[in-house]
Design a protein around this ligand. Structure first.
Ligand code: PMP
Length: 386
């Protein structure tokens, strides 16, 4: 049967083909529906039927609440992609990687110091680091701002926890830790370190790395992420966090993740990563082409790089465009785009100021195409461009 039961935004009618006039292009959230067509092509092999009696228990037969089968598949996926070294690492599952971000902050903040650990990230940063850290208002940690404010401070004497997002959300750059030293701990958020979005120059090999199913298979709604952790004490604390918080990830979600990863692993990931890379690369090229003639607007530069997964030099295919309004009179860039019918995400949220807007390129093809159409109109209306 027809798998579509709801129309995409901006479309209506019995077969969802009628465009709703005046509808804005939504390129705000990072909903990874660009992978939906891939899963439609693999509907049967990725389908799951769960009998009513199955997986009722709190725990698996070994008494744990994390599936060992799933853990094995995760290690295998990293091995075939070559994006992370899992050797000697413990794994903790979380209900989305978002839960693991705070679990990691919690685990790294516990030391014997009397003052709270300071949490930092480099501008432009993924807004959840600040939002979460402030929201939980712990005695053990607090958000203290941009990494660059601490860079030259050799006398950092309290614990600092640096978030490093690589590739970065919003600007897709591959990043390394800025801060070093005995008081510094680092959380690597590798949500986008997959061949869909970036060249993979080498396996990530850091002490604490966080990944998510959301950006690997696109199943953001299943809420599944994992952390690879070298230090056993940090692992135990993160495990405790997930125990206290939720008693672990839904066993149904773990079953679904297992099934999806089995499909990913078919042919060593070739199908899904070819699909993901081609889709994202095509979107980036189309947007770049339109903006190449603009004097008012620009997007970030991303250099081609050798990818060990594809074994070739490959061009950019980022998850987001980091859109800049170049002229002073357009400094409320979000408003400029809104007026043109494009809803992005305000640069202020990323600590970057209102001259920037993040455009999500990972949503449905309809969302992307509509944005492209509106962008073309916006750019062609510029002075001096016909
Ligand atoms: N980290 C980064 C950098 C992200 O962009 C996102 C989602 N947009 C997450 C973590 C959280 O993803 P989830 O909770 O779905 O795993």
């Amino acid at each position: 049967g027809n798998p579509i039961c709801e129309c995409n935004t901006c479309f209506s009618g019995p077969d969802c083909s009628q465009f709703i006039a005046g509808c804005d292009a939504n390129v705000n959230s990072g909903d990874p529906l660009f992978l939906e067509p891939f899963w439609m092509q693999h509907a049967a092999s990725s389908a799951l039927l769960v009998a009513g009696w199955h997986r009722m228990s709190y725990s698996f037969s070994d008494g744990s609440y994390m599936s060992q089968q799933l853990e094995k598949r995760i290690r295998k996926v990293h091995e075939i992609v070559g994006n992370a070294n899992t050797t000697g690492r413990f794994i903790v599952f979380g209900s989305g990687s978002i839960l693991l971000l705070n679990a990691a902050v919690y685990a790294l903040s516990l030391d014997n110091s009397s003052s709270p650990a300071g949490v930092v990230a480099s501008i432009p940063y993924y807004p959840a680091y600040k939002e979460q850290t402030n929201f939980f208002r712990s005695l053990d940690y607090r958000f203290i701002g941009d990494t660059s404010m601490w860079e030259n401070t050799s006398d950092v004497k309290t614990n600092v926890i640096e978030f490093v997002t690589s590739p970065n959300n919003p600007d897709a750059q591959l990043k390394k830790a800025v801060l070093q030293g005995p008081f510094v701990k680092t959380i690597y958020d590798h949500a986008y370190y997959w061949p869909h979005f970036t060249a993979i120059p080498a396996p990530a090999d850091e002490d604490l790395m966080i990944f998510t199913l959301s950006k690997l298979t696109g199943h953001a709604g299943s809420r599944f992420g994992w952390a690879l952790i070298k230090n056993e004490t940090v692992y135990q604390r993160m495990l405790q966090y997930t125990r206290e918080n939720s008693f672990g990830v839904s066993r149904d979600t773990q079953l679904r993740a297992l099934k999806l990863l089995e499909v990913v692993l078919e042919g060593e990931g070739k199908e899904i990563f070819d699909f993901g890379y081609k889709t994202m690369k095509d979107r980036w090229e189309k947007l770049s082409k339109i903006l190449s003639v603009s004097k008012r607007f620009s997007i970030q530069q991303i250099a081609p790089r050798y990818c060990t997964y594809f074994q070739q030099v490959r061009g950019p295919s980022p998850a987001y465009a980091w859109f800049k309004c170049e002229r002073e009179e357009n400094k409320d860039c979000y408003a400029v785009l809104s007026a043109a019918g494009i809803t992005g995400r305000d640069g202020n949220l990323f600590g970057a100021g209102s001259g920037y807007v993040r455009l999500s390129l990972i949503r449905t093809q309809d969302d992307f195409d509509l944005m492209l159409q509106k962008m073309e109109t916006l750019v062609s209306g510029e002075d001096g461009i016909e």
